[in-house]
Design a protein around this ligand. Structure first.
Ligand code: CA
Length: 322
């Protein structure tokens, strides 16, 4: 599944299609990607940052009986690393903005060179916002001019009551800039998936074999008929404050649902990156990507209100204090 910035311009000026394209995803899986960012010595800029130590090891990555882009199952190995226990929150991102005056991609008009099929006068600052349609066959993403992380639903909206929610409307370079500011990096796809499995090798879900909406809630996903009715029986419609559900075997929260998370694997020549983990929009009847093996292709310069991230660090023994 790819939500493309050019899609909405091809449909109407303000409406986008969430297009399911197995072929595109297969191509993505086969595409040569840039290597994940290299590791380097570090100390987190925020000493109170909650980090989980991930032991590293060999595991089975991917899934055979799922979406095509997850195939085939294959053996992968990751070295020990550390990962933020929670998704980056609005409060944490605010501290980054205050310190760096970073301007996010959603606050800038897209580069015409990256979108030659779109008239320049339609390349506006803004981002995609999920708006439930009134019928199941209608579009549910809308481009909202001037929507960005601090105004998630566009002008007039704010995050005052959501400072402990994951930051959203972050493009790949925004996530990477935050990670570098902290002295870390984005996790590779393999690292992220290994961490999400929490030691349960080859389990379907982060916690085992029980779907997320069966029994007591295990993650912030969608209950009901997507995209029209979200009953919110897991306690949340839309994003939730981070850490509201049980941690996995490695002490990580919200590796399933809440918001999609950028990983470091990307292909600049194709303007293409990867997301892991699913979001509050993943439902049993649509986008069953609330599993560690699942992934979603995403344009690097594009953001939505269900995409966030977390930061990886190399082992503590590599820490170098200034
Ligand atoms: Ca929910």
């Amino acid at each position: 599944m790819q939500l493309s910035i050019s899609d909405w311009y091809k449909t109407t000026a303000l409406t986008v299609v969430l297009a399911v394209s197995s072929a595109a995803l297969s191509l993505m899986a086969q595409a040569q990607r840039s290597a994940p960012e290299s590791a380097s010595a570090f100390c987190p800029a925020q000493p109170d940052l909650a980090l989980a130590d991930i032991p590293g090891g060999v595991f089975v990555m991917g899934a055979d009986r799922a979406y095509p882009e997850e195939r085939p199952k294959r053996e992968a190995e990751v070295a020990p690393f550390r990962l933020m226990a929670y998704e980056v929150t609005n409060a944490q991102f605010q501290a980054f903005i205050d310190a760096t005056q970073h301007v996010t991609m959603a606050e800038k008009a897209p580069e015409p060179a990256l979108h030659p099929d779109i008239p320049e006068d339609l390349l506006l600052a803004g981002s995609a916002v999920f708006i439930p349609p009134t019928t199941r066959d209608a579009y549910w993403w809308q481009f909202v001019a001037d929507a960005f992380w601090r105004a998630p639903e566009g002008p007039g909206s704010d995050i005052k009551a959501r400072m402990d929610h994951p930051v959203v409307h972050v493009a790949f370079d925004d996530a990477r800039a935050y990670a570098e500011w902290l002295g870390g990096r984005l996790p590779s796809e393999a690292e992220w998936e290994y961490a999400a499995r929490g030691g349960l090798d080859q389990a379907t879900y982060e916690w085992g074999e029980t779907p997320p909406s069966t029994g007591h809630p295990r993650a912030n996903t969608w209950q009901g008929a997507f995209p029209v009715v979200d009953t919110g029986s897991d306690g949340y419609i839309g994003s939730a404050p981070v850490g509201q559900f049980a941690a996995n075997g490695y002490g990580l929260y919200d590796m399933t649902g809440n918001v999609w998370e950028w990983v470091g694997d990307h292909d600049t020549s194709r303007n293409s990156g990867l997301l892991k983990g699913g979001s509050f929009l993943c439902a049993d009847n649509f986008c069953r990507r609330y599993r560690p093996a699942a992934k979603q292709q995403q344009e690097l310069d594009f953001s939505t209100n269900h995409i966030g991230f977390r930061v990886a660090f190399d082992p503590a023994e590599n820490c170098e204090l200034e």
